[in-house]
Design a protein around this ligand. Structure first.
Ligand code: SF4
Ligand code: SF4
Length: 537
């Protein structure tokens, strides 16, 4: 009864020290199991230690499993997420958002060595009123916050799997179901995770491969540790969070099924997880009611998880943008976003810099960006191009073709008109497209139903803050402001009327200050005229 090591082995060497018989060896950088020494851990442990300690459970019985995988008794889990098959509340504070960025964007983020010599990613919010620091820790199954050195942290970040963002979001969703998530654990097993990620339909993956993948993804978010400092906001007093785990993962429970030859096959995994102490400050329902903490959550569309799993390989940029927009759109539906900001999220600052100086790189990046926008559109995040800065001639071809009427006669008329115009739909992009794109903006993303739903729930604190803010900002816009901004954007009153969906006479009246502009109309004008970028903190 011997085990063997599958091809997925990363050579981390963890298993070798755990083997009680010294059967695990390394030769020519290959880890292998000596069948003459491996005895299934008989007489030492009830379960094969190499399977349990391997981060991806790479060792498998030398003989493949026959028949179905079944597990009669599984430990009880927390209730399933996505009871309505579409969305589930999830913790969405800046801590969760930035940890999601860390898992998705890795080394593309501005990491640096901090004052104490630790490799760190820092995020400041609200003009320095708050700061969250992130580090990577050595092991995921202990509560130690030993920080990885710069070299090891970089190697770990490079090996991070963007799919681990899904597990991070699943944890953030399970945590919202608990009254005090920093004290209570939730339990989730491989079957639930398979369903959440849509892996149950993947017939190309064996059960062993799925378990290996799930184990790997479940651990990665637990390697992150955070620290934060927040100055007083409203009635919530100043607080500091010392360096501590983002998620505390208890030892993973491995479930085995023994076959007639005595081989123990891994057939299930159970994870018990507790949110870090950050949740006491950012996911504290009671504290929020008492105005001593925040309770920040949004709604997580299940379709996002399956979209990440389907697209990460071929459209990594689209996947990163999708994850980022999950949080960004929560701040407010109409979020003006510049093309460079989106490109930074999708491809990182370095690629953007290379593209600005190398023509071929530039062409490739624009092509990829346009395809990625199409992918987003396909998954229900349709960009609305700013007609002032993102002119039709620099818009992607798929977006222009989207304007084609379905009716055959109308389509013919469309092409005739197109042929008679100065610029045709199929004309090559104008010279200087890159420079124009660097100034272009997307006004907002039209969202599909479950994403829209994600915006309907806002945490109580946010509502209060928003109300206070809007009151204090009432009647900011004067007629002169509107005229000046309109002229800066080279818009006629008619153009502005079209962009805002208002009549030309309404624009004329507000410019002459014939009435007070309603609050929602002020916001609309601010967005269309680029008068105020909404806070992203
Ligand atoms: S099953 Fe046990 S004895 Fe065999 S290689 Fe793994 S740890 Fe060693
Ligand atoms: S612990 Fe797993 S991945 Fe690491 S060397 Fe052993 S088999 Fe390979």
């Amino acid at each position: 009864m011997a085990y063997k090591i599958s091809q997925s082995c990363t050579g981390c060497d963890i298993c070798r020290t755990q083997c009680p018989t010294g059967a695990i060896k390394v030769k020519d950088n290959q880890t292998w199991i000596d069948p003459n020494l491996c005895n299934n851990c008989e007489g030492y442990y009830p379960e094969p230690q190499c399977v349990i300690h391997c981060p991806i459970s790479s060792p498998v019985p030398a003989h493949g499993k026959k028949g179905r995988y079944k597990l009669n008794e599984r430990p009880a889990t927390s209730p399933d997420l996505f009871a309505d098959d579409k969305t589930n509340p999830f913790a969405s504070s800046i801590v969760i958002w930035e940890a999601c960025n860390l898992l998705a964007q890795g080394l593309s983020l501005p990491w640096h060595t901090d004052a104490s010599g630790k490799f760190c990613y820092q995020r400041q919010v609200r003009q320095g009123q708050g700061q969250v620091d992130f580090w990577l820790t050595d092991r995921f199954d202990t509560d130690s916050t030993d920080t990885l050195s710069a070299d090891k942290a970089q190697a770990t970040l490079e090996a991070m799997d963007i799919k681990a963002t899904c597990l991070h979001l699943i944890y953030a969703a399970h945590a919202t179901a608990l009254e005090k998530p920093w004290q209570e654990e939730f339990t989730v097993n491989d079957v639930q995770i398979e369903n959440y990620l849509g892996l149950e339909k993947r017939t190309d993956l064996s059960k062993a491969a799925k378990l290996s993948l799930i184990k790997q993804l479940a651990q990665q978010p637990c390697q992150i540790s955070i620290g934060a400092h927040w100055s007083k906001q409203g009635k919530v007093p100043e607080f500091s969070i010392p360096q501590s785990r983002l998620w505390h993962l208890q030892p993973i429970e491995h479930h085995f099924q023994e076959d007639k030859q005595g081989y123990k096959h891994l057939v299930g995994l159970t994870f018990r997880v507790r949110a870090g102490i950050w949740a006491k400050y950012f996911l504290n329902r009671q504290g929020c009611q008492n105005r001593t903490a925040f309770y920040q959550y949004g709604n997580l569309p299940q379709s996002l998880l399956s979209a990440v799993i389907s697209n990460w390989q071929h459209h990594q940029g689209a996947t990163r943008m999708m994850l980022w927009l999950l949080f960004k759109t929560r701040i407010g539906k109409r979020q003006r976003i510049t093309v460079p900001t989106l490109m930074r999220v999708a491809y990182g600052e370095d690629k953007l810099l290379r593209a600005s100086s190398q023509r071929d790189e530039r062409k490739r990046l624009v092509r990829t960006f346009e395809t990625d926008l199409e992918v987003l559109s396909h998954y229900g995040l349709k960009p609305v191009f700013d007609p002032v800065t993102y002119l039709p001639e620099i818009q992607p071809m798929w977006a222009k073709l989207g304007e084609l009427p379905d009716d055959a006669d109308a389509a013919l008329e469309f092409w005739i008109q197109d042929g008679n115009s100065n610029r045709r739909l199929t004309d090559a992009a104008p010279r200087g497209k890159w420079n124009l794109l660097m100034k272009a903006r997307i006004l907002w993303f039209e969202l599909k139903a479950e994403w829209e739903h994600a915006l309907t729930t806002v945490e109580p604190n946010k509502v209060r803050l928003t109300k206070r803010k809007t009151k204090s900002h009432s009647f900011i816009l004067s007629g002169a402001d509107v005229i000046a901004a309109r002229q800066r954007n080279k818009l006629s009153q008619r153009d502005l009327a079209q962009l805002t969906g208002k009549s030309q006479s309404w624009i004329r009246d507000i410019e002459k200050e014939r009435f007070r502009i309603k609050l929602e109309d002020q916001r609309l004008l601010q967005e269309v005229l680029g008068l105020a970028e909404l806070s992203s903190g």
